[in-house]
Design a binder for this molecule. Structure first.
Ligand code: NOJ
Length: 573
């Protein structure tokens, strides 16, 4: 056998050792789905959703075309903030199951081709975490794991910083004669990322879960990772109706968005890339939760993080917004990321922290799904939104579980409680909506499950679910949606928004009528002169007089009040 030249042998060997990241970019046009494990599927009937339940429901994602699921925290926790207060980052909470259940979930998901992303909560731990207990006891090795400052001698607070859940961000009543800082609940002390040891601990945790075969992380509360060291007071916002002690009382210039945060995120992305490279796995993905200024959110792209969540459909538009405001929210994100090379857009419609899409936009939930699915890039769905689940708004103060609600007190709990959006998934019209067969559920099921459930929507001729599924199918089968360019238009009467995605051969056009009362006739050929005058309705909202599958005249297309259509049209040569 001929001998290979040494240099080639060396190159082959290096390649094997270095490995390669596979399937780079798998996430670029993906649909991500957030599972709130407590509320998804309860296999052992104890009232709390669990891993076995999720595994049994993985088919739902396969059948629907969902590419990746993100699990809200399943780790050991006293559950003061339902898992966002972690007492052991490597242990699974027994409510959710065992290590074996987790392995089973990952291997079943892998067989089905579904990626699994875990929540990483680096900003804080539970006060019951061993690190905090040791830090509290003054153990030298853990002393600086958290942010401690001496108690002021005059009995006044250390400074005016306020926690996200309300009230002072300092807790001085600990047994250590100092105060510790907490951005969230006082039982969620902030880790000190100025400590190299803390940084190494978090990297070890990332490796631990990557070793279990997960595909990436959704990183919690990232803008809160660092605060200025000199404890400067934060300035007042002077927002009307906001009182001292409420988070919105101050501008958080010194407790959010510090430059050091981006360096830490960069080091995690590098770790994940190195890991994928060394283990020959598919690209690992990071999403970050960063409610902050637009440029600060998109700055996470510079760290290599692929999906800095875009919350602007949650925070900057609402049921009263018109097409102009929607266009602005869409265009400003696209323009902002155009200046960030390689950045891919993403659109988040809802999550466990705020009102559901169908409640924020009554009668217009499908319109919002259409936007997220037709716009370029990643679409993110909160569980239940594929069937148009709504908030359960009648949970009493006594039954309220969420610390944000409890902290707000009886008067204001409804404004702050996130319980209404965390009710059990509505699978069918059986007992407890098919969430379990038990006597209780950790939070009440929305009574509307009798009509509003997945099973019913699968059999109905038209349903939210069918719209959702069809949109995913379109995304996967039309080049215009996979790689096509995007344009947005508002009609001169300010009633219609169109989003146009075009490849060389076809345009896919989403048209939304924002008027609640008027039918508006549009001429799409005026907007997109290259398209043929005849189009096909691919998807229509539920009460639309024009149904899916209809051929339509794009020069004269009537759109009924509140209705939206997705149309395909050939480009004329
Ligand atoms: C953001 C999470 O989404 C929220 O649910 C949690 O309460 C806070 N971070 C604290 O971890």
């Amino acid at each position: 056998m001929a001998r290979l030249p040494c240099v080639i042998v060396f190159l082959i060997a290096t390649r094997i050792v270095a490995g390669e990241i596979k399937n780079v970019g798998w996430w670029k046009n993906a649909v991500f789905y957030q599972i709130y494990p407590r509320s998804f599927q309860d296999d052992n009937n104890d009232g709390i959703g669990d891993l076995k339940g999720i595994t049994k429901r993985l088919d739902h994602f396969k059948e629907t075309g969902i590419d990746a699921v993100w699990l809200s925290p399943i780790y050991a926790s006293p559950m003061v903030d339902f898992g966002y207060d972690i007492s052991d980052f490597r242990k699974i909470h027994p409510d959710y199951g065992t290590d074996a259940d987790f392995t089973e979930l990952i291997s079943t998901a892998r067989k089905l081709g579904i990626k699994v992303i875990m929540d990483l909560v680096p900003n804080h731990t539970s006060d019951e975490h061993e690190w905090f207990q040791k830090s509290l006891a003054g153990d030298e090795a853990y002393k600086d794991y958290y942010i401690w400052h001496d108690k002021p001698t005059d009995g006044k607070p250390l400074n005016n910083w306020i926690s996200v859940f309300g009230g002072s961000a300092w807790n001085c009543s600990s047994s250590r004669p100092q105060c510790y800082f907490h951005q969230f609940h006082y039982k969620q002390p902030d880790l000190n990322f100025r400590s190299d040891k803390v940084q190494e601990e978090m990297k070890d945790i990332i490796r631990f879960w990557l070793d279990k075969g997960i595909d990436g992380f959704r990183v919690d509360a990232i803008p809160h990772l660092f605060e200025v060291e000199d404890l400067r007071n934060e300035p007042r916002t002077n927002l009307p109706g906001v009182v001292d002690g409420e988070y919105a009382y101050l501008d958080h210039f010194y407790t959010k968005d510090q430059p050091e945060t981006y360096d830490v995120v960069k080091s995690w992305v590098k770790l994940m890339n190195d890991y994928a490279n060394a283990s020959n796995t598919d690209e690992k993905v990071m999403t970050v939760e960063a409610y902050t200024f637009l440029n600060k959110t998109t700055e996470y792209y510079e760290t290599g993080c692929q999906i800095p969540f875009n919350f602007y459909f949650i925070t900057d538009v609402n049921r009263t917004s018109g097409p102009d405001q929607f266009k602005k929210v869409i265009d400003q994100w696209l323009t902002e990321i155009a200046g960030r090379p390689g950045a891919v857009a993403n659109w988040v419609l809802g999550n466990h922290d705020g009102s559901r899409t169908a409640s924020r936009y009554p009668g217009r939930g499908d319109q919002m799904t259409m936007l997220a699915m037709i716009l370029p890039g990643v679409a993110v769905t909160y569980y239940g939104e594929e069937i148009g689940m709504i908030d359960k708004t009648d949970i009493s103060y006594e039954d309220t579980q969420d610390p944000a609600g409890c902290n707000a007190g009886r008067e204001k709990y409804k404004e702050k409680s996130r319980d209404p959006v965390r009710t059990p998934m509505q699978w069918n019209d059986d007992i407890n909506a098919g969430f379990n067969q038990g006597e209780r559920t950790w939070i009440p099921v929305n009574e509307n499950f009798v009509e509003l459930n997945l099973a019913a929507q699968k059999t109905a001729k038209f349903s939210h679910y069918k719209i959702y599924k069809k949109l995913i199918h379109l995304r996967k089968t039309h080049a215009a949606l996979l790689t096509g360019k995007v344009e947005t238009f508002v009609s001169s009467d300010k009633k219609i928004l169109s989003v146009v995605r075009s490849s060389n051969t076809e345009s896919i056009i989403l048209i939304i009528n924002f008027s609640d009362t008027e039918t508006v006739t549009v001429n799409l050929v005026n907007q997109v002169p290259s398209i043929a005058a005849g189009g096909l309705v691919e998807v229509a909202t539920l009460d639309s007089p024009i149904n899916e599958g209809s051929s339509v005249n794009l020069r004269k297309l009537p759109i009924a009040p509140k209705q939206s259509l997705v149309i395909s049209a050939k480009i004329q040569k």
